[in-house]
Ligand binder design. Structure first.
Ligand code: HEM
Length: 361
């Protein structure tokens, strides 16, 4: 079994931090959007990330999905989505991507098998106008449809500071007050975590638009569907806090890990702005291509460490729906990114000052 050893140092290059500073005006706009200037939501990105990071700040790490493993490979497009989108990534062919498997939560050393949600993020066509960033989770739907309600959901699920435990009465009161969480809770009741990151299904949850050359638009959601089945994966070391990471590393070293990206096309009865409602299984599904994962790296060393997988960064030929949850994500991810980037930069500058002091002594 491969041993996952990882330094607790996060990784973000100074270059990335400078690039971030250059994009501050974009960030300011996103923050205003989330702060309610445009959509009436009361919760700000700052308040959201304060709540997500909790009382123990893990400096330099993501404030949500803090524990992850970097991966890389190619997106092999079937070309079948070209009729719906002009994005170059959907033309038939192969494009490199970097990605990250993670577990939900603010703790970069949390035990893999205790997390309720697992995730896969990736970015294709990095640093071009056709860049496509994606962050997907295991549930197919959200429990609630607005940032305000999601904030309250996180509050209800947060451990009581006095006892360190969740309050079941608070949680059930929250879900009772939010009947729109029915589909999410049904999924949760029937969900059995897979024995590997490589055999989970990951969902876009929010809907997006595809735009074709004729100027038509089509609402879609997508799902990363694993090619491997449960009985093909190596046995999990259930005692290890890094069980899923170790198992994925040994899997990738044996053979590429593949997922098909299956796009579901909405019809006029589906509400693309409400992420709590599943779309009927009778909707047309198109296989856009496969993510073929051939490499991995620890997040403090790999290319994904400094990446912000903001789902609002979309190529030409795709756009965001008005779903308020989707719209809120960009500002929250930027807020988390800004905090971890600043901490890493301060840490670097402290280390280099200490180094200079040593040299002069
Ligand atoms: C209002 C709703 C949401 C908020 C406020 C939120 C907030 C955040 C924040 C602050 C981060 C850390 C970003 C970073 O430092 O790079 C994050 C990461 C992530 N979120 Fe969300 N999120 C929301 C909804 C969602 C949804 C609906 C999904 C799934 C479809 C999702 C999937 C992910 C994933 C996969 C990551 C980790 C990406 C990575 O590997 O860097 N989030 N989220």
């Amino acid at each position: 079994m491969i041993k996952v050893t990882r330094s607790n140092k996060p990784a973000i290059s100074v270059f990335r931090v400078c690039a971030l500073a250059a994009s501050m005006s974009v960030f300011a706009t996103a923050t205003l959007y989330f702060a309610g200037v445009f959509n009436g939501d009361k919760v700000t990105a700052q308040a959201f990330v304060d709540l997500q990071q909790g009382s123990t700040v893990h400096a330099g790490f993501r404030r949500a999905h803090a524990k992850g493993l970097c991966v890389s490979g190619n997106f092999e497009s079937t070309g079948l989505l070209s009729a719906y989108s002009t994005a170059t990534v959907f033309k038939q062919g192969s494009t490199p991507f970097i990605g990250r498997f993670s577990i939900a939560g603010n703790n970069p050393t949390a035990p893999d098998l205790k997390a309720p949600v697992r995730s896969l993020a990736f970015v294709v066509n990095t640093a071009t106008e056709d860049e496509w960033r994606v962050a997907m989770n295991t549930p197919p739907v959200m429990a609630v449809a607005t940032p305000d309600a999601f904030y309250k959901q996180l509050q209800a699920l947060s451990p009581d500071p006095a006892t360190g435990k969740r309050d079941p009465a608070k949680i059930s009161a929250f879900f009772k007050a939010h009947p729109e969480s029915k589909a999410f809770n049904q999924w949760k009741a029937g969900y059995t975590p897979a024995n590997s990151f490589a055999t989970e299904q990951y969902n876009s949850i929010n809907a997006f638009y595809l735009h074709n050359a004729q100027g038509e638009k089509q609402a879609v959601r997508w799902q990363a569907v694993p090619s491997m089945s449960e009985h093909e994966v190596a046995v999990l070391d259930k005692q290890s806090p890094d069980a899923l990471q170790q198992q994925l590393i040994s899997q990738i070293e044996k053979q590429p890990v593949r997922f098909d990206l299956k796009f579901t096309l909405a019809d006029s009865n589906d509400d693309e702005n409400n992420p709590t409602i599943p779309w009927p299984s009778s909707r047309e599904v198109i296989n856009a291509g496969s993510l073929v994962i051939t490499g991995w790296g620890f997040q403090n060393e790999g290319a994904c460490g400094a990446q912000n997988f903001d789902p609002l960064v979309l190529p030409k030929g795709m756009s965001a729906t008005a779903d308020p949850i989707l719209r809120a994500r960009g500002a929250a991810y930027a807020q988390s990114y800004r905090r971890r980037a600043t901490e890493t930069l301060l840490n670097k500058s402290k280390t280099s000052q200490e180094g200079a002091g040593d040299a002069s002594n």
